[in-house]
Design a binder for this molecule. Sequence first.
Ligand code: SF4
Length: 476
Amino acid sequence: MDRMRIGTAAEEAAAQARAMERLRIRFSGQDPSYHITTLGCQMNAHDSEKLAGILQTIGFHEEAEEQADLVVYNTCCVRENAELKVYGRLGYLKGYKRRNPDKRIVLCGCMMQEDVVIDKIRTSYPWVDLVFGTHNLYRFAELLEEMYNEKGQLIDIWQEAGEIVEDLPTLRKNSFKASVNIMFGCNNFCTYCIVPYVRGRERSRKPDDILAEIRELAASGVREIELLGQNVNSYGKGLDEPVSFAWLLYRVSEIPGIDRIRFMTSHPKDLSDELISAMRDCPKVCPHFHLPLQSGSSRLLGRMNRHYDKEQYLALVDKLRAAVPEIALTTDIIVGFPGETEEDFNETLDVVRRVRFDNAFTFIYSRRVGTPAASYPDQIPEAEAKAHFDRLLEVLAEGMNERNSRLIGRTLMVLAESTNSHDDRMLTGRSEGNYLVHFEGTPDQIGQIVPVEIDCQKTYYLIGHPVSEGKNSLHG
Ligand code: SF4
C-alpha cells in the first residue's frame, strides 16, 4: 500500500470508514477486545479516545490488558521516564504474547516519531506488530487491516503531517465534559522540548469544524469543553482566513448548552490583551489560566528560547489578575536546566513567592536527544537538581496553602466528575478555578455542577459539603 498517499481530508476520512467497515465484517461474531494505555498529556488522552472510537466502530470491546486481543500503547517522549515505562511494559507483553500468539501489540504516539526508538523497536522488540506515529494516527483502521493481512512487523512513521482529517469516531471518557483539539504541533522550539520534532508544525483546525463539533457535544449533554493545543494562543494564524484564539473563545461561548470553557496550553509570548479581555468578558470561560513559566531567571529563559523574561511574565500575571481578580493561576516549572546556578534558581523562587500560584506542574530537566539543550555542556548533577526540586515544592506549597485558605467558608461551583477513590460516600470534581474538590455526594450527581461550601483545605485539594447555591458563592 502507498503509505504516504495523502488524499484530501474528505478522501482520507472516507477511506478510513471503508477500512472500518471491512474490518467490522471480518470480526463480526468474534467479539474482539482491546486495551489502550495512554501516557503523557491531554492531547494524547484525546488521541486515545479516537483510537478507542475506531476500535469500537469495528466491533472491539475494552478488556484488561492481559486478556485483550489487541494491546495499544499511546506513548509520550517529553521526559525519559515516560519512555522507560514503555520499554518496561514491552518485556511483560512478550510473556503475554508467548502464551497467546494471536495477541497483537501496537505502539503509537510521540515516542514513535524518534528515529532512535524505531531502530530499537525493529532490532530488540520483534514481537511488536504495528508501529505508527502522530501524523498518521487517523489511518489506524487501514494500518490495523494491513497488520492483520500481513506477517511480520509493520512500521509506518511519517516525517510530516498531511491534512487534518475530521470526523473520526471518538469514544469519550466522560459524557459531561470533553476535550476538543483546536490545533496540532508547535513552532516554538524551546531548547529543552522534543514536541516540535514529534508533533510537527502548527496546524489549526477550521473554526467551523471546531464549532460544529462543540455544538454536537452540547447536543449530546456535554457541559464543559477543554480546547486543546500545544500553544492555543497562536490558534488560527495559519488558516486561509486567519482568526485569533480570543475570537474563537467568543464564538464557543455563544453555543447553548455549554456552561464551562477551559483551554490548555498557552505560551506567555503570545498572550494578547484581546485574550485577556475574552477571559474577562466571557462568563463561560473558566477563571483559570495555565501560564507555563519554566524558569524565573531571564538568563535561563533566553537559553530556553522562551521569548519572554521575568518582568514580562510578571506583567502578564498582573494584567490577568487586574482583568479577572479571582482568576486561578497555574504553571509549569523546570529545575536543573543546563547551566542553572543558585542565583537562577532563586529567581524562580522569587517569581513563585510573588505570584503565589494556585498549582504547578514541576519537573526536573530531562535530557531529550535531538533537542539543542541536550548538547549543552553544563548539564546539572542529578543531586543538585533534586535539591532545587524539593525546595521549589516547599515554596510552591506556601503559596498554594495561602491561596486555598482564602476559600474556606466560600461556595464553589463544582462539576462532579467521579466517586472519590478513597471514600465512596464522597464525590470528586473541579471548581471553575480548576481546584480539586472532594465533597459528600451521591453517584447520581456525577456530571452535575454542585454548589459546595469549602470546609478545609489541603495543599493540593479542598474538602467541602453541598449547599444551596447563592450562599457566599465564588466563581473560583
Ligand atoms: S511551546 Fe515550547 S514547551 Fe511547549 S510544546 Fe512548544 S516547544 Fe514544547
